[in-house]
Design a protein around this ligand. Structure first.
Ligand SMILES: Nc1ncnc2c1ncn2[C@@H]1O[C@H](COP(=O)(O)OP(=O)(O)OP(=O)(O)O)[C@@H](O)[C@H]1O
Length: 265
């Protein structure tokens, strides 16, 4: 942990964008997540770290109700976005996922053109009124995802023809095209080479000026590079949550210390 570039630790907001209280997740009989309480801050990158199977992705997927799509998953407790219960019956999960977007581990562009990948969300949510407005959203999203210059002359070529790193930036552009308030990223760099990883990490830092980012990562170096807040999960428990520098240099719980020093993994 010595040669780490450290992210700017200042957070632009200390108000909670999302809050979770007493969250439990069961997959059938498997109690995967146990009594998780957390406040996700606005304008902040929050990293979820912990050993394989500790529940990081499960909790991430609770934040935009992706676990609704898993028939054996049961989510208990309360999760709020701007004070509103996202599991309330009146909340449409598809609309919620436009506000709380997601980028997955493997780049998964639709088998459509670069343009149509980005235009998809604004179209289905009726966010634009004209073709010119949609063109503008596509361009702005690709610019925010640092991909515009590489693709502006081939917007109608298939998204699947891009390199892995470009495909992941296309998926980020697709996720931000609906102007989400929170962006969830589940190990977004695990399929990328070091150069593409550095590009996506730089992007994450820029994106937090517009919304909260929550990133699951296996890499402690990555958590230290990109996040201002870190949550350490172990065996389904949220063991420790705090300022990233403090978690890595002065952990309060012996389990966190064991993990960051490599004694549990
Ligand atoms: N779709 C699913 N169906 C059944 N069990 C699941 C499912 N997804 C996760 N689990 C179980 O929930 C527990 C937590 O898994 P989860 O994927 O959330 O952990 P993780 O910390 O993200 O792991 P990794 O770092 O390996 O991705 C594990 O016991 C896992 O087997």
């Amino acid at each position: 942990m010595n040669d780490m570039r450290i992210a700017d630790r200042t957070v632009s907001s200390d108000t909670a964008k999302m809050t979770a209280r007493g969250v439990q997740v069961y997959y059938g009989e498997n109690h995967a997540l146990k009594d998780v309480d957390i406040d996700i801050l606005g304008g902040t990158v929050t990293a979820f770290i912990g050993p394989s199977g500790c529940g990081k992705s499960t909790f991430l997927r609770c934040l935009n109700r992706m676990n609704d799509t898993v028939s054996i998953a049961r989510v208990l407790g309360e999760i709020k976005l701007d004070g509103e219960d996202i599991y309330d019956k009146s909340v449409d999960p598809v609309t919620l996922r436009a506000r709380v977007g997601m980028v997955f581990q493997k780049p998964n562009p639709f088998p459509k053109s670069i343009y149509d990948n980005v235009a998809y969300g604004p179209k289905i949510h009726g966010l634009t009124k004209s073709k010119a407005e949609l063109d503008q959203v596509v361009e702005t999203s690709l610019k925010k995802a640092a991909l515009w210059n590489e693709v502006k002359d081939r917007l109608h070529a298939p998204g699947t023809g891009l390199s892995g790193g470009q495909q992941q930036r296309l998926c980020i552009a697709r996720a931000i095209a609906t102007s989400p308030e929170v962006l969830l990223m589940d190990e977004p760099c695990s399929a990328l080479d070091p150069i593409a990883t550095a590009q996506v990490e730089e992007l994450i830092d820029e994106l937090r000026s517009q919304f909260s980012v929550v990133i699951v990562t296996h890499s402690m170096q990555q958590a230290a590079r990109v996040s201002q807040r870190t949550a350490f999960f172990h065996l389904g428990h949220l063991v420790e949550y705090g300022e990233t520098g403090q978690i890595f240099t002065n952990p309060q719980d012996p389990r966190t210390e064991s993990y960051i020093t490599g004694r549990i993994g």
